[in-house]
Design a protein around this ligand. Structure first.
Ligand code: GTP
Ligand code: ZN
Length: 300
């Protein structure tokens, strides 16, 4: 029996899993039982490996995941940077709010990043997102404004960047982590999404943490793969928390009921219209989803 170690899966490629144990990176194969159990290690997984005398490693056990994203496949994400441009393309508050909610419900901390502040006014976005209890950054890659404020957010955690095509994710990541050398703008378009979808996910060490290299990670992936239960939806809107439990009806859906404390807070200007509009739109989308349709959001 070889030496047992515990480490972090940095990437999986060509049947090998690269596991970081302290300063050493072990290329490991997986034990056959994973395939049988239909569970395989992914970037972000904490695993136990056995290293034999020839320095060959085998993944023996995947430690319990705190969360899992289906696409891009990533385990144990601490932080999700939700990137939107203030214009070009115009931001969609519904997409932003869906992405925030998906992160919240998985126990991933959302951090909002608005890019291209050199191109447009940010007052409206600041009004909506400045006071919901989520850290919010306004940056411009064109003149570098705000980029350094964001850097400490990468420290000591596993993070990923998501946002629609063209919002400036790659441009921003290149400023934060120059070693990544991601293709941006026209080059990225020419290479096409095919390149992104077939590429493996890799965690890059940065600022004492890791950032996932997921250039094609758009909010579409969240819409397609992360479904909500209507009962849990209010937890995706953290500024609703003080009012939940205060409604007249215990079964209140917070969409239209009389005596709803959440809707009252909206009337009083304590919750923004934009946020409740997103909540109601999302509620209407998920209210008829069946339990079996939700199974794919589990941590496997
Ligand atoms: N004016 C301005 N343009 C920016 C800024 N950030 C990015 N851009 C431009 O926006 C375009 C898209 O940027 P990318 O970094 O490729 O966007 P992306 O989100 O990575 O796009 P995908 O790779 O398609 O997912 C490029 O032409 C960038 O030069 C910014 O802060 N200000
Ligand atoms: Zn209510």
């Amino acid at each position: 029996m070889g030496e047992m170690k515990e480490g972090l899966v940095i990437k999986g490629i060509g049947g090998f899993y690269y596991v970081q144990c302290g300063d050493v990176l072990h290329a490991c194969r997986a034990r056959g039982k994973f395939r049988k159990d239909k569970i395989s290690p992914y970037a972000g997984d904490r695993v136990r490996i056995e290293v034999d005398a020839n320095d060959e490693g085998y993944v023996q056990e995947i430690l319990p995941r705190k969360n899992f994203l289906v696409r891009p496949p990533l385990a144990n994400l601490d932080k999700l940077f939700v990137v939107s441009s203030v214009c070009d393309p115009q931001p969609s508050t519904l997409i932003i709010d869906k992405t925030i909610a998906a992160a919240e419900l998985k126990g991933i901390e959302p951090v909002l990043v608005f890019t291209k502040t050199d191109l447009s006014d940010t007052t409206e976005l600041k009004d909506i997102y400045g006071s919901i209890g989520i850290r919010c950054y306004f940056v411009s890659a064109a003149d570098g404004v705000g980029v350094d404020d964001l850097r400490p957010e990468l420290t000591g955690c596993i993070s990923a960047f998501t946002g629609n095509s063209g919002v400036g994710k790659s441009t921003l990541l290149n400023l934060l982590v120059p070693e990544l050398e991601l293709a941006t703008g026209e080059t990225s378009k020419k290479l096409g999404r095919g390149r992104h979808t077939t590429r493996h996910v890799e965690l890059y060490p940065v600022e004492g943490g890791y950032v996932a290299d997921t250039p094609g990670f758009s909010t579409m992936d969240i819409e397609r793969y992360e479904l909500f239960r209507k009962e849990e939806l209010p937890e995706g809107f953290r500024e609703f928390a003080p009012y939940l439990g205060e409604c007249k009806f215990t079964s209140c859906s917070h969409t239209c009921e009389k005596g709803c404390a959440v809707l009252k807070a909206v009337e009083e200007g304590k919750i923004s219209r934009s946020r409740i509009d997103s909540y109601i739109a999302m509620y209407n989308e998920v209210k008829d989803i069946k339990e079996w349709q939700l199974s794919k959001t589990k941590n496997v």
